[in-house]
Design a protein around this ligand. Structure first.
Ligand SMILES: [Ca+2]
Length: 225
């Protein structure tokens, strides 16, 4: 009798074990329905070098756009024109991702031309892969283009949504501009937007189903005992 109950409750623990590791989206400003790419939710496994050690790659996974310098991400200028810059990271548990918000900035001097190089550090395109699959490609600018007219005063927000995917490994790739000498792309924030897989019951529904089946099994044992 006791052995039977122990065996029958095993799937209950299994079910709860599968539902336990979750990544809760933060209520990040501007990120509806919630940001899955938070420093508390992810590990960064690789990234292209930053401009200097005063910058921190984790600043693009925060809860705000940060201050101008430091407080956001600037990749190295040393890779030259049209270079690509990548950040590889994984969430602590698989997440269902349905889109993103990306905030970028450049070092534009359009209008004043004090440096003679408008639009430095702006990215011309962005791609995101989830578990090795390309889920989004965004063309941001023509080469040589600029986001804003004043240095550091404005940013662009790029949003995309796609068929939600369950994944835990992500690669964000930025392609830089061809305006030198400050080539390193400048990233303020990358928010991962939570999605819902079609036809998949909520974890709470699964738990209730497992509990119900366990209860049914126990009542059958009691009847037969
Ligand atoms: Ca964020």
């Amino acid at each position: 009798m006791k052995i039977k109950i122990a065996l029958l409750t095993f799937p209950l623990f299994l079910g709860l074990g599968l539902a336990a590791p979750t990544v809760t989206p933060s209520a990040d400003p501007g990120s509806t329905p919630g940001d899955l790419f938070q420093n508390t939710n992810i590990n960064i496994s690789a990234n292209t070098a930053l401009y200097s050690n005063q910058f921190n790659i984790q600043d693009m996974f925060g809860t705000s756009l940060g201050t101008l310098e430091p407080g956001h991400v600037i990749f190295t200028d040393g890779l030259g024109a049209n270079a690509t810059y990548t950040v590889t990271f994984n969430t602590l548990a698989p997440v269902v991702l349905g889109g993103y918000n990306l905030f970028l900035q450049d070092d534009s001097t359009v209008g004043t031309v004090t440096a003679g190089n408008p639009g430095q550090r702006s990215a011309v395109s962005f791609t995101l892969t989830a578990n090795g699959n390309l889920v989004s490609t965004a063309s941001l600018l023509a080469p040589g283009g600029s986001y804003s007219s004043t240095y550091g005063s404005s940013s662009i927000k790029v949003s995309d949504t796609f068929a939600p995917v369950s994944a835990s490994n992500f690669v964000a790739t930025f392609t830089g501009n061809n305006i030198g000498p400050a080539f390193g792309v400048r990233v303020l924030e990358l928010d991962g937007l939570a999605g819902t897989l079609p036809g998949v019951p909520e974890p709470g529904t699964i738990s209730m189903l497992v509990l119900g089946l366990a209860g049914l099994a126990v009542s059958r044992i009691r009847k037969s005992a």
